[in-house]
Design a protein. Sequence first.
Length: 368
Amino acid sequence: MDKKINIYENKLLYIIIAMALIGAVLLYNASATLGINKFNNYSFFFTKHLIRLFISSLALIFVYNIKYTFFKNNAVKILLLSWIIMILAYFFNDGSVTSRWLIINGKNLFTTSDFAKLALIIYTAVFIEINKNRINDLNLIIKNYTPMFLITVILIFFQPDLSTSFAVSLIIIVLLLIAGLKIKYALYPLIAACTLIAVKIANTPYQHERFKNWFNGQNNTQTENSINALGNGGVFGVGYGNSIIKEGFLPEVHTDFILPIIGEEFGFIGVLILFFLFISFYIYGIKICKSSPDIFSSMLSLGIVLNILFYFLINASYVVGIFPTTGLPIPFFSYGGSHTLFNMIGLGILLNISKHANLYKYKFINYE
């Protein structure tokens, strides 16, 4: 006799809801000044964020009701579709030098790399399951996996989106290492990626200048103002809505640099709570990973969890100057539609895996 598992029984869902709601409130506060200055509307960005959050929540519910094996059976098709969409973005955009967004009839549909990132995680999980006993067969990796990985990352890299290509590579390498890949084999793509990144930075003046300043310990204006905001917040912060740094001192306060606003207004305690939320998400996500019914769902769960955790940690690192500024957002907290949508889709898959993990557990108990 099967037990029906309802989505509201999953504790991870409440962590997701908490982060989404808290993120929306904090985003309104961070974006209000920019909204009134540019659009004469305090809630301009907040309203758009709520609409995107609502659509993304519907996507989560929709994907939750699709058995995770659908993504396993269609992994190659999903990855190829992500390539097609990224290629289309080179032709359907606003004529700017970047091709990160697919723009049709003047409407920015989404950032194509967010879809490609999820597609590559799905494909990697399938590859690991199929080749679990041959994960260190170098010929197999070179022939059957490396081309899919390189094409995806290169398409993202030349959009150009250096930071996302780096983040994707990091997630994939960690997944393969956890799956049992020897470190010496992981070094080859790592060296290739670092070489490609070095060439790109050397031939892109603003990136070269940014990296050189960071390497020499010279923070840019954004990072300096960010650190000052965190210092101004102290332990308990200056209070909600009282941030000084958001009054035009940071250009991307509602996207890349929302963390310093949180730190200034809520202090070290506020930042600590934020870390607690993401650590809680990681703990419950890993529990799903460990209880997953098969290797594919286990690795896919891990990839989805690492994706959100790494983005948060990378963002937190560059706002204090540990990393050079990358432009990667904080999931749930930063303004933006694409990363919210595809994060929610990934979480829908994660919750579905959790549901089937519980069903498997109950069947096993009844069987015994």
